[in-house]
Design a binder for this molecule. Structure first.
Ligand code: KIV
Length: 293
């Protein structure tokens, strides 16, 4: 039986387009250990969100290392103003769709608001549902010292945990704004302390969202697990973006950190308008698009 999982020595194997290949030419599966080896080797980690089968398939074949089934699905998929209303059942549904599509990437699933804070038994139960019902590879929780008991309890079941510090959108009503976090010394010091607590608890990586680049650099140097930044500058060990932002589908969201690689909103608008014109003008369907008896 040939091992399709990446190990340390695999990193020295042949590479195609930045993707480590097995000797059989198949892309090998990314694991939490792969990410830690990548940090050690100074290789940047790529992470993108996906919430559905079709886009997850494209993201995976594009060679991204980690697919995040983010609770940003609350905004992007469901049109909610915040991520707070997202439920565990909804997260499991999105994760199941993504899981069916993915061959190579590590699948990390966000634990939604209310499924892990303040009660480590509920946290473990929720994480087990994600692993059992969606077969995700890992879960992500927002917060530092205040949720460490939940993180430790989830880890006791052998479920890998990714942390998330800085701007944590599930706490939007505490912050009152989506602006840059930890600009002040005391919040920056707490963030560094929290990163060390998460590492000591056993997290395999930490997302750093919307913090000054200097602070993200300090955190990345202070811990041995990878940091994945979003709006946290170039010195994190990897980067993550929301796929719909990168593709230019969500045009009402334009933070400084976002680079749009496509303008799909315009392309889709053009295609829909053309389709309507063709149907209304009798041009669609034409003879070659119709069946004959
Ligand atoms: O839910 C999400 O998409 C996230 C990313 C912004 C990191 O947590």
């Amino acid at each position: 039986m040939f091992d399709l999982f990446l190990s340390h020595s695999d990193l020295q194997n042949s590479k195609a387009g930045g993707i480590t290949m097995s000797v059989h030419g198949q892309a090998k599966k990314v694991t939490t250990h792969t990410l830690q080896e990548m940090k050690r080797a100074g290789e940047k980690i790529t992470m993108l969100t996906a919430y559905d089968y079709s886009l997850a398939k494209l993201v995976d074949s594009g060679g991204v290392d980690v697919i995040l089934v983010g609770d940003s699905a609350s905004n992007v998929m469901a049109g909610q103003v915040t991520t707070v209303p997202m439920t565990l059942d909804h997260m499991i549904y999105h994760a199941q769709c993504v899981k069916r599509a993915v061959d190579r990437a590590l699948i990390v699933v966000d634990m939604p608001f209310g499924t892990y804070q303040g009660n480590s038994a509920i946290a473990l139960e929720s994480a087990i549902r994600i692993m059992k019902e969606a077969e995700g590879h890992a879960v992500k929780l927002e917060g530092g010292a205040e949720i460490v008991e939940s993180i430790k309890r989830i880890l006791t079941a052998g479920i890998p945990v990714m942390g998330h510090l800085g701007l944590t959108p599930q706490s939007i009503y505490k912050f009152g704004t989506y602006s840059v976090r930890a600009k002040e010394d005391d919040e920056a010091a707490k963030l560094i302390e929290d990163a060390k607590i998460l590492e000591a608890a056993g997290c395999f990586a930490i997302v750093l969202e919307k913090i000054p680049r200097e602070l993200a650099k300090k955190v990345s140097e202070a811990i041995s697990i990878p940091t994945i930044g979003i709006g946290a500058g170039p010195d994190c060990d990897g980067q993550v973006l929301v796929l719909h932002d990168l593709l230019g589908i969500t045009m009402d969201f334009s933070p400084r950190f976002l680079r749009r690689y496509l303008n799909l909103a315009e392309s889709i608008d053009g295609a829909v308008k053309q389709y309507c014109e063709d149907v209304r003008g009798g041009d669609f369907p034409n003879d070659s698009e119709s069946y004959t008896s």
